[in-house]
Design a protein around this ligand. Structure first.
Ligand SMILES: *Cc1c(COP(=O)(O)O)cnc(C)c1O
Length: 456
């Protein structure tokens, strides 16, 4: 440990930043299954999708062949304000753990939205602007995506309508104010501004809302207002494409110092940060050029990869969106209220689902008190207060480093540190006060979610 040839933080020069996003699908033998029309069960066409999404994004969504997409200069200019994100050698954590493993993390939390979601928000806002649209609509749960999109829309002068799950709207007033600072119009969902919202309010008076319901409201507003489209912050192929910037930067930085990771770890909600981080490495693995152990980490309370079914499912609870084939717990599955809001989605990106099914990556589920213990351990030595979502990856990175301590292996571990946890301090408080529980759904509870899968 005395010789620190690798700097604590590896930065890239502006001219070393990636000029292309990498489309992992081009190298997949088994392509991810297509989105299906929920009525006809036929693959969604570009025409059908372009009523809801921007044209250029529809093209990206359906393109399984083009390996590289040039990142438009306007987007690269915005990226330069907060990228390249640092790749950090966790010397202090290694020292604390007394492990022979070499630990690196790619930190995506150093922008105002506090997470990697800005990487795709800026791309989606750019294409909406280029198409001459007035604005976009979306949903947000815990608020990270809504915040990122608000920033992106204000940069390009687009109107941004965010449907925020009512319980978060009330419990997370600070995120709401960040969005309003960037000019977004934030409505608690369900609301009386849409048909679907009014129907749900009538059926369930006093409901605090759900992500699925907020999606349905945001889609309704997009399709019923000329000049508006709907945008989504994870799960979709286009989002993984934009997030490939995380992995490409990591790879360029590591190559510069001749570092090759043995293990790559990321938390998985809808799969966008993990899909982005692993993209160029998985590409090499698919092409048979190199091998990496890749681990997706999910909460034990919402275990879509480790305990889900690989099937076509609804993307939203309102069942208005296309069907996607993915590892899923069923759109009717309601996860226990855990504190990693960004990991509570019932399904997983079709790309990652296919790769997982083909055996190219593994998955682990972890319990939330252990995740917060890892978060605290990390914060105390590395200085960054991590988001609860990101801390799932920290937990498994520490587990792997401790395994190396036992075996004496000097493995190189790379994990994605997706964001900061300043808006999650109530969760930290619960942890510190010993009020945090580890809820693991029973098989009976999972069966209820599976019963909501479409039958055909
Ligand atoms: C949204 C979010 C995630 C999970 O989303 P993915 O699409 O799975 O990447 C993870 N970490 C943070 C900080 C988030 O905001």
């Amino acid at each position: 440990m005395s010789e620190k040839k690798i700097p604590y933080k590896i930065y890239l020069e502006e001219n070393e930043m990636p000029k292309f996003w990498y489309n992992l699908r081009a190298d997949m033998k088994n392509k991810p299954a297509p989105l299906l029309n929920p009525g006809t069960h036929q693959p969604m066409t570009a025409e059908e999708l372009s009523g809801v999404f921007c044209e250029e994004l529809v093209k990206q969504e359906l393109d399984n062949e083009t390996r590289e997409y040039p990142i438009p200069e306007e987007i690269r200019d915005f990226y330069k304000m907060y990228r390249p994100s640092p790749l950090v050698r966790a010397y202090c954590l290694e020292e604390k753990l007394q492990t022979p493993a070499k630990i690196y993390y790619k930190f995506e939390g150093n922008n105002t939205s506090g997470s990697h979601k800005l990487n795709s928000a800026i791309a989606q806002a750019y294409y909406a602007k280029k198409q001459g649209l007035k604005g976009v609509t979306t949903e947000t749960g815990a608020g990270q995506w809504g915040t990122a999109l608000s920033m992106a829309c204000s940069y390009f002068g687009l109107d941004c309508k965010v449907y925020m799950v009512k319980v978060s709207y009330e419990q997370k007033p600070f995120r709401r104010e960040v969005m309003r600072t960037y000019g977004a119009d934030v409505t608690p969902s369900p609301s009386d501004t849409t048909n679907v919202g009014r129907k749900i309010l009538e059926q369930f008076p006093g409901t605090t809302g759900s992500l699925g319901c907020a999606i349905s409201e945001a889609v309704e507003v997009a399709v019923s207002n000329p000049g508006y489209r709907y945008v989504l912050g994870s799960v979709l192929n286009q989002v993984l494409l934009h997030q490939s910037v995380i992995g490409l930067e990591s790879k360029i930085a590591m190559d510069k110092y001749g570092i090759k990771p043995d293990v790559i770890i990321g938390c998985a909600g809808g799969g966008s940060n993990l899909g982005g981080l692993i993209a160029p490495f998985m590409g090499e693995k698919l092409r048979g050029e190199a091998d990496y152990q890749i681990i997706a980490v999910e909460p034990a309370s919402c275990p879509s990869l480790t305990r889900g079914k690989y099937a076509y499912d609804f993307c939203d609870t309102g069942m208005v969106c296309p069907l996607a084939k993915m590892y899923t717990l069923g759109s009717g599955f309601i996860p226990a209220p855990n504190h990693a809001g960004g990991l509570r989605y019932h399904g997983m990106s079709s790309i990652l689902s296919q790769l997982y099914d083909d055996g190219y990556m593994e998955a682990r589920s972890v319990e939330q008190t252990a995740v917060f213990a890892a978060a605290e351990q990390f914060a105390r030595v590395e200085g960054i207060l991590p988001a609860p979502e990101s801390s799932h990856a920290i937990k498994v990175a520490i587990d792997e480093a401790l395994k190396c301590k036992e075996t004496g292996e000097e493995k190189t571990i790379l994990f994605g540190l997706t964001g900061t946890g300043y808006f999650d301090l109530v969760a930290y408080q619960k942890y510190h006060d010993g009020e945090m529980s580890d809820y693991i759904p029973t098989d009976e509870e999972l069966a209820k979610g599976f019963a909501s899968l479409p039958q055909f």
